[in-house]
Design a binder for this molecule. Structure first.
Ligand code: URA
Length: 201
């Protein structure tokens, strides 16, 4: 079963690498597809690859990924057991001098990329998905979802069988004003991840 899923995931990864369904492929280095064990029970969905992910070709390997790893550690979730992916598979940015500055994807770009997320969810068939931030929540729930009101609860998705836990994007922890606020935001992110982990346990 897992071997079949793994092969199909590899095929999808190859297909996605050639995706031109929206314009984002033009400026990105590569498609960053989801990664993790094919029999993962927990799926984490971010917004889109960042600068480092775009260069390295793997999800959550840059600064936001390091925050995510810390939160997973606090929630006692082993990252090697989860499938991590993004709602949009190409890095969207604008240039400021020599720096590539992240740009939020449009709803049209989200829709263009949804077929890959749908395929990942269908193949992995997780017990629960975690939407890391508003863009992922929009894609998993099919509607704009305010994080503050929805976070840390099991929500039903009209689009996917697995329940969704919405939480903040890990990069928001890095944007807090001081170390005390960052510590609190990290603890809150970990608490939301624990809600998802409880579904799997
Ligand atoms: N931010 C995301 O949403 N996903 C990544 O893979 C990296 C940063």
């Amino acid at each position: 079963m897992s071997v079949r899923v793994e092969q199909t995931l590899d095929q999808l990864r190859e297909e996605a690498a050639r995706c031109t369904a929206c314009e984002l492929w033009r400026c990105a280095t590569q498609t960053v597809f989801g990664e993790g064990p094919p029999d993962a029970h927990l799926m984490l969905v971010g917004e889109q690859p960042g600068d480092q992910e775009d260069k390295q070709g793997h999800p959550f390997v840059g600064p936001a990924g390091r925050v995510l790893d810390q939160a997973l550690g606090l929630a006692e979730i082993d990252r090697s057991t989860v499938f991590a992916t993004n709602a949009v598979k190409h890095f969207k940015y604008r240039m400021r001098g020599k720096r590539r500055i992240h740009q939020r994807p449009t709803v049209g770009e989200l829709k263009a990329c949804r077929r890959w997320l749908e395929a990942e969810v269908e193949l992995i068939s997780p017990d629960v998905t975690v939407a890391l931030g508003a863009t992922a929540a929009h894609s998993l729930l099919g509607r704009a979802t305010p994080i503050g009101e929805s976070r840390g609860r099991l929500l039903e998705s009209p689009l996917f069988a697995a329940p969704v836990v919405v939480t903040v994007h890990p990069s928001s922890v890095l944007r807090q004003r001081d170390s005390e606020e960052r510590r609190r935001a990290l603890q809150e992110l970990a608490a939301d991840l624990r809600v998802a982990a409880a579904v799997v346990a």
